[in-house]
Design a binder for this molecule. Structure first.
Ligand code: ADP
Ligand code: MG
Length: 590
């Protein structure tokens, strides 16, 4: 291989810089651009001519300035200190970057991703003399009160461990060493690195088989996502994509959450930056940030950094997966990522495909979601990890034929379609039950400890779904020929469907209790609604009037069930008895 030569800028086009004389350069090498040493990455190479996407504002950079190749791909630092961090797209901590520089990031700054001064208490979990290979646990650091950070043998290193000892170390200090059979000795540190564009290695990929409970009823019961699964949330502006992502970040049953924010509006990202540090982890009562890594692309940040941020985010998510954790990654919105790709592609003068996006858009989107999954991790002890990925998509005008939506739907297994009509009616989450889908539905029954209960839930959800479908048809008939034309039984169907929508599907993210429902609470709520339906039909059979049935007091109780806290849940379970009592009175009267 030829030596790495420094190049010279011959052209600057927005976030893209072209340099000549880049002998020895490889695709995706990281380079330092211009007199200010801006950080960039080679995205196109023709002989010694390199096109570079620059992660920083290129204002003031001009032809003739130098480009220095680092010879290494864009990588992230992996080790204690990730959790609670707020990073830009190339893992520069925003607090440090912004600290000295007002609100603006210092250009060309190389603040490392992991703090160098912090000492972490390391505890070995293996004996000296143990034979190790990549991925093996060597020890652990209690990174936060919620996360035990497993220190793993880095890729490419195997041999016998020596000098491992408990103590306080910075991420750069050796905590021991690995001696290879060939005599070579590698120091073991708390920190390692990985190139972001390459998926981290796994021993084996497994099919998802368990539901990732989110506490959001329409999601868990009707359109569940699996641990290690993929989902997308498309919808027009203002339909609740960001609220869904925030709800998942707060409530999802994952050990670690990686949140990649590509703000659509300037203030949306600011919301994340302000709100997340304030949030409490509902399961532990600790600050939520103690299990979160946050990426923030504010609107004043260059597009290339946004392009990189989904890769930086997913690499860190994979790293925690490799420790055997269940990790959930949310990206809001992937449309902003795709637009960054489009802008860079235009500057590279590539041939555009549909809507001006590059021809490789679909392939990039697919390879991003394919990094999700349930896996057997490499190394010992034997363990499984899962990485679930949920991407918001914000197509212009909410148009689902949009290239980003279509490319995403080709790979993801869950589709939560947010629609404007529901948002206008303040039916939130505005997930359309008629067009959304999940390929993980069959795992819902497994959420319940009691297998029988799980089966009953699955049956109930199917029944609820067919009532909603019937409602859509009946509404059409009612619109055409009037409400009088339908039978009492059909009126019951409409009433129950309304109850399913309003009392079950509708869920207020901002209500203290309603914001989260355990899977058992979801069961009891659904059971109450459908029991009312069943008994209502029986009453109609027995000659009761539908107006009397719909007027029963127990209807109010069903409507209020969502506000009943988990520790009072037996009150919801008791509603079914109340239904029986009140229906009986009705039939006695009739
Ligand atoms: P988008 O990201 O799709 O543009 P947002 O997530 O910002 O939309 O949601 C817009 C508004 O809709 C929110 O500010 C909130 O008022 C309302 N909203 C969305 N989802 C819910 C929900 N589950 N509960 C209550 N309000 C919601
Ligand atoms: Mg949004």
């Amino acid at each position: 291989m030829s030596e790495l030569a420094n190049g010279t800028i011959i052209k600057v086009a927005g976030p893209v810089v072209v340099a000549e004389g880049m002998t020895g350069a490889r695709m995706y090498d990281v380079v330092r651009v211009g007199d200010e040493n801006l950080i960039g990455e080679i995205v196109e190479l023709h002989a010694d001519l390199a096109s570079i996407q620059v992660y920083e504002d290129t204002v003031g950079v001009g032809p003739g300035e130098k480009v220095v190749n680092t010879g290494a791909p864009l990588s992230v630092e992996l080790g204690p200190g990730l959790i609670s961090s707020i990073y830009d797209g190339i893992q520069r901590p925003l607090d440090v970057l912004r600290g000295g520089q007002g609100d603006h990031i210092m250009r060309g700054s190389t603040v490392p991703g992991l703090k160098r001064e912090t000492k972490w208490h390391f505890k070995p979990t293996i004996e000296n003399g143990t034979k190790v290979s990549p991925g093996d646990f060597a020890g652990e650091v209690a990174e936060t009160t919620l996360v035990v950070h497993k220190i793993m043998i880095p890729p490419g290193i195997s041999g016998t461990v020596e000098g491992l000892a408990e103590g306080d170390f910075t991420v750069e200090e050796p905590v021991g060493a690995v001696v290879n059979e060939d005599g070579s000795r590698t120091e073991l540190k708390l920190m390692q690195s990985w190139p972001v564009r390459r998926p981290r290695s796994v021993a084996r990929r497994l099919a998802p088989r368990e539901v990732l409970v989110t506490g959001q009823r329409v999601i868990d019961a009707f359109f569940p996502i699996a641990k290690g699964g993929t989902a997308c949330v498309p919808g027009p502006f203002g339909t609740g994509k960001t609220v869904v992502q925030h709800q998942l970040a707060k409530w999802v049953e994952a050990d670690i959450v990686v949140y990649v924010g590509c703000g659509e509006r300037g203030n949306e990202m600011t919301d994340v930056l302000m709100e997340f540090p304030e949030l409490k982890d509902p399961h532990s009562g600790e600050p939520l940030m103690k299990r979160v890594v946050l990426f923030a692309n504010t609107s004043d940040m260059p597009v290339a950094a946004r392009e990189a941020s989904v890769y930086t985010g997913i690499t860190i998510a994979e790293y925690f997966r490799d420790m055997g954790y269940s990790v959930a990654l949310m990206a809001d919105s992937t449309s902003r990522w795709a637009e960054a790709m489009r802008e860079i592609s235009t500057r590279l003068e590539e041939m555009p495909a549909e809507e001006g996006y590059p021809a490789y858009l679909a392939a990039r989107i697919a390879s991003f979601y394919e990094r999700a999954g349930r896996v057997v991790c490499i190394g010992g002890p034997e363990r499984e990890g899962a990485l679930s990925v949920i991407g918001a998509v914000s197509p212009p005008g909410g148009d689902l034929s949009d290239s980003v939506v279509q490319a995403t739907l080709h790979v993801v297994k869950v589709f939560w379609s947010l629609i404007g009509r529901l948002a206008e009616q303040r039916h939130f989450p505005a997930i359309d039950w008629l067009t959304s889908y999940s390929f993980y539905k069959q795992y819902l029954s497994g959420c319940f400890e009691d297998k029988d209960k799980g089966e009953r839930m699955a049956v109930m959800v199917r029944e609820a779904m067919s009532l909603l479908e019937e409602e859509a048809e009946l509404s059409e008939i009612v619109r055409l020929v009037g409400a009088e034309s339908i039978s009492a039984k059909d009126r019951m169907t409409l009433e129950t469907a309304r109850s399913i929508r309003e009392d079950f599907l509708h869920q207020n993210a901002f209500h203290k209790v309603d914001t989260y429902s355990t899977i058992d609470k979801q069961f009891d709520m659904m059971a109450a609604i459908l029991h009312f339906h069943k008994q209502g039909l029986a009453a109609i059979e027995a000659g009761a009037d539908t107006a009397d049935i719909f007027g029963l007091k127990v209807r109010e109780e069903i409507g209020r069930a969502k506000y009943i806290a988990e520790d009072q849940r037996e009150k919801i379970a008791r509603i079914r008895k109340t239904v029986d009592e009140q229906m009986k009175q009705l039939q006695t009267l009739a």
